[in-house]
Design a protein around this ligand. Sequence first.
Ligand code: ATR
Length: 281
Amino acid sequence: MNQLGIIGYPLSHSISPEFQQAALDHHKIKAKFHRWEIKIDELNSFFETIQDANFVGASVTIPYKEQFLDLVDKVSDSANLIGAINCIVNTNNQLVGHNTDGSGFIRALKTKHGFNPHGKKVLLIGAGGAAKAIAYSLVQENIKEITIANRTVSRGDELAQKLKSITPKIKSVKLERQSLIKPLNDVDLIVNTTSIGMKNSLNPEHSPIPVDLIPPNTVVNDIVYNPIETPLIKAAKMKNAFTIGGLDMLVYQGVEAFELWTGKHAPETIMYDAARKALGL
Ligand code: ATR
């Protein structure tokens, strides 16, 4: 039997095994998708044992996305640019690292919601790992301009600096009301990549941006999926914005990974439904 799985620590929250197994079963692929909760000191021996002929690939999650760059045999161009991998593919016994976070985010936007970021103005909240993957993918879609708003301005500046060679119109501002007034006055897409609004975080009731500043006729995408309706999503709905919840990016990074592992078209709706079911929705 072929073996796939998700590697991370801790993994109790992960619903990838449920929606990936549903996709494998849909295609009648004889494979098991595991929950590989591996501690850091077990990583090397784990790698030795999975490198047998039946290992197809794996998703990689917290805290290993950056560390795995040094553990695989080859890294894709986009994963190299982003500086993190979230997916490994066993290609002729060579482990190749990919990053499907950004491509999954874009695919959900375009194919599920019919929103093409080409020529659009974006406000990206946060400058961490997820923000980086999304920012790289957005600038490759030829967006018109992007403003990065982060609590720690130096981190936002650093990301803006890296992207400057690819996109001409990029700004970094502090994540605070005064600095957000102007970018929010003329924006097409707002993306939250911070944990503000996440269940069990320090600020589960907060929106990352002042809700009165959310313009109508905007697309608001929160990559937080627990809860499914974050304070930002609730506020955006009240302002008649078009909202996209975090489950889409989670499922679509998995859709892209599934296609890399199997070469088959991923059953998107089946995966999305399995993800909702795993969350008890
Ligand atoms: P991930 O890989 O999920 O993106 P990360 O790399 O740790 O995680 O990045 C977390 C992001 O959320 C950062 O932009 C962080 O802001 P800082 O760079 O200032 O740390 C942001 N973030 C997390 N908690 C926050 C909070 N309470 N208020 C504002 N920003 C927060």
